[in-house]
Design a protein around this ligand. Structure first.
Ligand code: UGA
Length: 471
């Protein structure tokens, strides 16, 4: 199939490279000439596993880059709109980029086209796109508007694309649905997975994935409802973690106990410092706004957002409990990205915490494997950037773990201990087992589990850790 993708951000770029890998002919359209030049020269603007390989495989052959939307539409049967939908001051999604693309499309319609919403948009957007295209003199039967939401997570987006739990296609007639079915056929008929150079299958991935066909409106809602539900799961477990701290229970054990119920499931039950990123915070506000406009006050979402904010404040209280006063304290910080595996710092709780700690007068040395360059643009110039976790910890009054990078979960603890001025670790991502941290001589604070401190000398192997004064 010939496909145009408008917008070369995270979603557009990943989808473009992956569609090309499925065997389609893809034109990625963007109006940022610098970005296009960089892509043409082989640069990869985002940190995303397998994306460099896919771009190398298809760049200049089945994947081309262009700033000419009209020609791309003329050459394509399906046009995916993957432009930004940033939040307005009121929390609605700003759809002006979507509208401007929809206004240009009609002048390039030279046969039946399917216009596909790929960006996260509120329900009714498909109706608006249709109206705008008709208003600009396209014949009603020359196009259809479909919704094909993505469920890609940053950092694992390529794997998520090829091994999804489901593919959702919102289309209001069979002609339109059949175009999207054909695009995803290599996944749904399983042929992609038999290829020698297929992207490796992750554990427990079910192949082939089901394709769920819905109305366009339902598909639009599925995207917002999915993200809202996942964010709700995170806030729920963060609230449970707070209760665990108050009563002396262990949230990890609670998670195991509830997550093994197949109706609940173990995923997205990791407590921490709250969710961030370019999706959950924005999508929750947008979903809240859509519900309100349609006459429903979705107050549950307010509470999900409130708990999320509160989680950062609770973490700051932990830092204060561990260190008493903050002014002049030197803190090692591990992690700036909003989650592990990405260089994205948008709405990152780690960045927000570092900014607050700087305001409180702390001296910060930070290490993040991928996000340091981006963070420099937004963080105070006084921050020191370390070249590894141990350098960040050197001479620090405490070490804070703010992002769940795999490499932060397997540090050489003896080396870390030697680097720190005081062996205090405040872990916002529960990467370590409290008992083993106490046994290795650390005072260790985490989320939803009692804080522990090392036994007074000499350390006795196997002795239960002493509880620290506060969690
Ligand atoms: C999220 C969704 O997971 C994707 O399905 C969706 O396609 C995407 O948004 C989107 O709308 O584009 P993403 O924002 O990349 O993906 O990141 P997640 O892996 O969902 O993590 C979001 C935040 O929640 C991170 O800050 C992460 O640290 C936090 N989180 C996640 C937790 O605190 N606990 C968990 O158990 C899981």
């Amino acid at each position: 199939m010939h496909i145009a993708i408008v917008g070369s951000g995270y979603v557009g770029l990943v989808a473009g490279a992956c569609f090309a890998d499925l065997g389609h002919q893809v034109i990625l359209v963007d109006n940022d000439q610098k970005k296009l030049d960089a892509l043409n020269q082989g640069q990869v603007p985002i940190h995303e596993k397998f994306l460099p390989e896919l771009l190398d495989r298809h760049r200049g052959r089945t994947l081309t880059f262009s700033d000419d939307l009209r020609s791309a539409v003329e050459a394509s049967e399906a046009i995916f709109i993957a432009v930004g939908t940033p939040p307005t001051e009121q929390g609605n999604a700003d759809l002006s980029y979507v509208e401007s693309v929809a206004r240009i499309i009609p002048s390039a319609i030279n046969g039946y086209k399917v216009i596909v919403e790929k960006s996260t948009v509120p329900v009714y957007t498909s109706e608006w796109i249709r109206k705008i295209i008709l208003r600009n003199a396209a014949a009603p039967d020359s196009f259809d508007v479909a919704s094909n939401p993505e469920f890609l997570r940053e950092g694992t987006a390529v794997t998520d694309f090829f091994y999804p739990d489901r593919i959702v296609v919102g289309a209001d007639n069979e002609r339109c649905a059949s175009v999207l079915r054909a695009i995803y056929a290599p996944l749904t008929d399983g042929s992609y997975y038999r290829r020698a150079n297929a992207i490796p299958r992750p554990d427990r991935a079910q192949i082939p994935p089901p394709l769920i066909l819905t109305s366009t409106k339902s598909a639009e809602l599925i995207k917002h409802a999915s993200n809202a539900f996942l964010a709700m799961k995170i806030s729920f477990i963060n609230a449970v973690a707070s209760v665990c701290e108050a009563v002396g229970a262990n949230v990890q054990q609670v998670c195991q106990g509830i997550g093994t119920d197949s109706r609940i499931g173990p995923k997205f039950l990791n407590p921490g410092i709250g969710y961030g990123g370019s999706c959950f915070p924005k999508d929750l506000m947008a979903f809240r706004a859509v519900a309100r406009e349609s006459g429903y006050e979705f107050r549950l979402l307010d509470e999900v957002m409130r708990i999320n904010e509160d989680q950062r404040q609770r973490f700051l209280r932990k830092v204060r409990n561990a260190l008493w006063t903050l002014r002049g304290k030197r803190l090692g910080v591990l992690g700036l990205a909003f989650k592990g595996g990405t260089d994205d710092i948008r709405e990152s709780p780690a960045i927000l915490l570092v900014q607050t700690l700087v305001q409180e007068g702390c001296q910060i040395a930070v290490y993040d494997p991928a996000a340091q360059e981006r963070a420099r643009e937004v963080l105070n110039a006084s921050i020191e950037y370390a070249s590894d976790a141990y350098e960040a910890a050197r001479g620090a009054d405490a070490l804070l773990i703010l992002t769940e990078w795999d490499e932060f979960a397997s540090l050489d603890l003896d080396r870390l201990h030697q680097q720190l001025k005081y062996p205090i670790v405040i872990d916002g991502r529960n990467l370590y087992d409290p008992e083993s941290m106490a046994a290795r001589g650390f005072t260790y604070y985490s989320v939803g589990r009692a804080a522990v401190m090392p036994e007074a000398l000499p350390l006795q192997a196997g002795a239960p850790p002493r509880k620290a004064s506060s969690s």
